[in-house]
Design a protein around this ligand. Sequence first.
Ligand code: HEC
Length: 126
Amino acid sequence: MKISLQLKGTILGTAAGLAAIGIAFAAGQILQPKHVASGAAEELVVPPAGTPANAGYKLFMLNCAHCHGSDARGDEGPDLHGVTKSDQRITKIIQNGVKGEMPKFSAKLNDADTQALIAFIRTLGD
Ligand code: HEC
């Protein structure tokens, strides 16, 4: 009888332990989307519609994101956050490209497009 009670206690204790693990796991699952959401908040802030930076954002998504990342955090090309190059240097890079690294866009993007892209790049923080 005594042993049986002890056994019962052990089983109950184990069950409680498993339940606690189960709850912790379930809570983890529930909390997971929240974490993803907070991660998403670190993604690109789309500039307000109608601004040059917004036009630049659209051009970036079409022409640059496949190399620089859709969050501009870099992929094949470098992270464009906190670029310290001057507007003039960036204009040259976009227009002429970087040999063997980045294509030139002089045939595809005009001055206004390039200025819009720079305006967009300048909205990126560090
Ligand atoms: C084929 C991939 C590719 C595409 C497409 C591309 N880039 Fe690049 N980009 C690169 C690479 C690689 C570098 C680094 C070049 C180097 O080593 O100097 C770079 C460098 C840059 C730099 C200089 C960054 C720095 O900190 O020095 C800027 C600005 C830039 N790209 C903007 C753009 C923009 C804007 C577009 C779209 C119009 C674009 N890139 C499209 C690959 C790409």
